[in-house]
Design a protein around this ligand. Structure first.
Ligand code: E4P
Length: 218
């Protein structure tokens, strides 16, 4: 399973890159606004660190504007994936940009039917929003399972399933079990993935026993 970092936190991206945890990065207008960073500058900086896909979202609402913004963003670096919303305008932009060999991430997907459309429009990635479905009392993870089943039924669909709106490590485990190709993770969720109380307890016991042996490795 590939991990994308769902953040523009440069320190976190560099930190996780050292252990091979960064296969790409995703951003959205809310993440950019919250960071206070200049959109183009931060995308350029991330692309200088990460060679995998870096999603940058368009803000036009009509396909022509989305295509224009997408072409502009893709000129920042070839690994910029253009994020378009799952609307008919977004699907038209997706088809146009995909036909120009530009990676497209179709975002704000909340149903398997929408994911089918994105696949037909040639999306590189489909982003089902797990946490936001959980928030309204639905089982977000069912959507990953359904999209996986549908895409498996139609091998001509090459779109990768990018589990998004991930809130905790249970989401990551279930997305992996259901076969999501990628999970995009906030930095805290990445950190939490390595934690287990028995690991801490076991390490403490090993270190205490080692100390009592009086030995040194080097
Ligand atoms: C990533 O591509 C999405 O924009 C992001 O995961 C949305 O997460 P949220 O629902 O926590 O805002």
């Amino acid at each position: 399973m590939k991990f994308f970092i769902d953040s523009v936190d440069i320190d976190a991206i560099k930190e996780f890159n050292k252990s091979g945890m960064v296969d790409g990065v995703t951003t959205n207008p809310s993440i950019i606004a919250k960071s206070g960073r200049d959109f183009k500058e931060v995308i350029e900086e991330i692309c200088s660190i990460v060679s995998g896909p870096v999603s940058a979202e368009v803000t036009a609402t009509e396909s022509s504007g989305m295509i224009e913004e997408g072409l502009f963003l893709n000129r920042i670096a070839r690994n910029v994936a253009i994020k378009v919303p799952l609307t008919w305008e977004g699907l038209e932009a997706c088809k146009n940009l995909s036909d120009q060999d530009i990676m497209v991430n179709v975002t704000l997907c909340f149903s398997a039917q929408q994911a089918l459309l994105a696949g037909k429009a040639g999306a590189t990635f489909i982003s089902p929003f797990i946490g936001r479905l959980d928030d309204i009392g639905e089982e977000g993870m069912d959507l990953i399972r359904d999209i996986k089943t549908i895409y498996n039924n139609y091998p001509e669909i090459k779109t990768e399933i990018l589990a998004a709106s991930i809130r905790n490590i249970e989401h990551v485990k279930k997305a992996a079990i259901f076969g999501a190709d990628i999970a995009t993770l906030p930095p805290q969720v990445v950190r939490d993935l390595a934690l287990h109380p028995l690991t801490d307890k076991g390490l403490e016991a090993f270190l205490n026993d080692w100390k009592s042996s009086g030995q040194k490795i080097i």
